[in-house]
Design a protein around this ligand. Sequence first.
Ligand code: SF4
Length: 272
Amino acid sequence: MKLEVWKPLTYISPSSLMTFEACSFKTYLTRMAGLPYAPREQSLAAAIGSYFDALVKWDLEQMLQTGNPKAKFSRLIKDNLTYEPIVEAKETAEKIFMAYKQQGYIQQLLDLGLNKVELEVYLDKPVPILGKPDAACCRADGKDIPFDWKTKGFTSVKKSYHCNKIPENWMIQITMYNWMLNDGDMTTPPQGIIHEIMPGPVSNISVKEHKVIVPREFEMALNVRLMNMWNTINHVREVDIPPACASLRKCNMYGSLCEAAVHCGAYAEMLE
Ligand code: SF4
């Protein structure tokens, strides 16, 4: 269906690609239609993750002294936390951070060559992409590889398990961050390191380090997926997007309602 563009989308991020592939009509409503809508509410779990990220990035920045203004503690909180009341997230995040630091993980990151935190990177070829890696490490060959923290299970009564298979959204993030950090270089497979932090037996946390190497086929296929999205959205007047197809699972992803649902006829029809 042809839809009028009020606000062209000027770049693709890992999350915007995933949103587009799940529901391109949502991409249109939230990013291109010029409509006012309430931003997605931050869950307590996401707020704990963001507060923990702020603590760990600030701690590293104090040691690295990179001078990155985005890595100041107040800015990290302001840019990443919308949850209220923040005190709930703060208490849990501080406990996780203390345990993480006491178990030597901060020092381990420095030993790994982590040298930048709270990045915003942009690459304009072959399509404009933008991303915000948590941090980056410098490899022996001079290339930067992204580093990310993922916290989970701290608000759930059900036991969580560490990932054995790397989820697709992590692979997308790592691949796009590699391209952005290394000027689009595709001569070596994208790599990334993730610390997955969950409730556990030692000081109440359990940390699993994932050293990810993205398969070449995935990287090539992702390149095609990005081109497809860009060819669909890169128009200033009108885009051709398939009609929305609502489902409870899709419209309530991660337990919160799609922020565009109020403008979505397919969602209203599903509820009738
Ligand atoms: S409510 Fe569902 S179908 Fe409608 S835009 Fe959002 S995700 Fe897509």
